[in-house]
Write a protein that binds this ligand. Sequence first.
Ligand SMILES: O=C(O)CCC(=O)C(=O)O
Ligand SMILES: [Fe+2]
Length: 355
Amino acid sequence: MLQQISDISSEIERNGFYVFKNSLEPQLVDKARAEIQAWLDRDIRERQDGGVEAAWFTGDAGISILTKPTQILLDAYAKSPALDLLVEQVLSDPLSSGVLKQLAGENIKFRGYNVQRMTGEPDPRPMIGISPNPHEWHRDSPGEFGIALFLEDIPGPENGATSLVPGSHYFPYCPRWNCLFGPPFKTKEGRGGLDFFLRFNIANRMLGRRINGRATGAYGKQGDFYFFINDVWHGREPNMNGRAGIKFMIGAFPADEPFPDKVVPPDEETLAKLPPLVRKAASLASPAPSSETPNTILQRVRGHRAENAPANIFKMAQYERQFAESLSRLAYKFSEGMRTLTSPFAGRFPWSAKS
Ligand SMILES: O=C(O)CCC(=O)C(=O)O
Ligand SMILES: [Fe+2]
């Protein structure tokens, strides 16, 4: 067992993720799938009955987000007793909990406890840029790691699996804000950048080709689960075969680290319904004192990044992005200036008349 823990931990440290296969009880997994599916269906029904068009909605199933490619139930604690039990098993099983301790330390806490179902609508790769993913390469919050469970089969590729670049947790930065592989291109102010730079971006194309060649995905069968370091560059693969796979994703942190934002734990009534280890992880909203010697995989990865300068290709891609952002900002200021200048004449000339 110790050898297995150490082998899997080494793989996570090297690649940034690991899929555990065939270790959860199939009947319990299928029960969780059925219970969760009922909530997802209920959410859709309520939206239809109420004529809800908005993406965000609060109903019997809690808070949900429905977009063209995905339906998400946020913080689905105590919705499916079978699902909560599966999570308890992941946290208590000697092998997976042994690996978790290597990854993040003795105590962990949950930030998100979310269900995702693909809608089955076509979700292709973007038309411009080099990104292969409709949901672009990114990192989540620093220090975060994921525990995800397949409630249905998600085979790869092109079925909406989470795409992952093995080893990219050692890369110097988050690609969403430092590279330019594909849409959406937003400046730091949150305004759209010039899409021109998604076509004319030599360094990012060079880097992007290397990344895309290495990418794989979190593929699995119903009942498989995986751990991943959220600093791994990840996104979501296209969904092109109408599949509506359900997966469940926990965002977690070492208990002695602060959350990057405000996390409201479930209320007492909900907590009381959870099995003990899930309840503990769900209820810890603030940093807990650490009782251990800090030497987790997450800490070592962070240390490695701090000690090693970025390779040139990463620096060049970052400069190119900064250049594209500066020019986009300038173009925005220019168009704003023109608008102010011409506004006194609004409606006086045929070409500025509102149609
Ligand atoms: O949809 C997925 O599989 C990944 C989602 C994700 O990475 C995120 O929402 O941050
Ligand atoms: Fe993410």
